[in-house]
Write a protein that binds this ligand. Sequence first.
Ligand code: FEO
Length: 403
Amino acid sequence: MVLQPVAISSGITWVGVLDPALRVFDIIMETQHGTSYNSYLVRGSNGTALVETVKENFADEFLARLRAVVEPQLIDFVVCNHTEPDHTGALLRVLEAAPKATVLASETGVKFLRDMFSVDFPVRAVRDGEEVDLGGRTLRFIGAPFLHWPDSMFTYVPEDGVLFTCDVFGAHYADERLFDDAVGDFAGAQRYYFEVLFSPFRKHLLTALEKIQNLPLSVIAPSHGPVLRREPRQYVDRYTAWAREEAPSEKKRVVVLYVSSYGSTEKLARAIASGIGEAGVDVELINGRETTPLAVMHRVDAADGLVVGSPTFNGRAVSTIWWLLGLVTPIVNRGKPAAAFGSYGWSGEAAYQIEDFLKGIRFNIVQEPLRVRRKPSEEQLAAAAEFGRRFATSVLRAQAKKV
Ligand code: FEO
């Protein structure tokens, strides 16, 4: 263990761990700079609280760093602002070492903890605005649900102006220099983190940001990436601006996303797109070979309808299409019109599988899949254009539900 605990203020110490080798987080997020699991010890004259723990496989390193600052038996509270396992994986190990500690979480957080851990431990739900006095240092809880789970909350220490936000304001970025004014350029990592994790929750984010708008802030202490002490207000402003970004929507727009092996599914995609355009709806044709899951997520989130095509390979859609759709979420897209298509050699399951998938993430399937055996004929391309025109009509009629 090279890294020592790091003072955040006179009574608050970083005791987290770095995970610089991590390259993919939660299966979906690329982490080219690794990540960190930040945990903080808060000490008052009458009480001690640990804010978040770390991922389970770092428990030994974490406990060693914690012991360098405090005997764990002296910890009175473990605050779980968010219960995802990257922050609660080491919780049971901490509680073994800190037998008198009570876990504090939001009401939903307490339910999640009970689901996650079969063993009993002292746990208490805290309300929005509730305070716990540690003696000269206070924990004030701020409800911030759906960031990015329903359990999430912030914890504020007014005496130091330190705000613990767990994932919010975080970045997957491991750097031993720890503070934003000492590490390298992490702006891209922070924006990427926002886009993947929080862009579906803009409304909830704006509600939470409004709550902290007038808090005196010396430090924002997230649980991934740099600790933010250089004009922390700038991060609130930045997040507010990002959360307010909305795609212009004067005219309806449809994304046609496809992958194609020998050009047949591409021909269908182009014909469908031309039909959609003829019906007065903007269309964005995306070749799956030339895009990324994040770009697809943005384009689909901003669109009013989605048409997806893939050839059938060995009885299934090609894996690229599942990868590309991996970040598309029902939170933003529930109820939007969707349809599937694809050319095939003999069995042709891909279009049905795509349709099932889109249905599963709450799109509204508005027409039967378009399936064409082998290379499409002129008649079949005309039918594909008609498929597009009918789809556009559904889009023009639809009122997609948005969060
Ligand atoms: Fe860092 Fe949502 O956990």
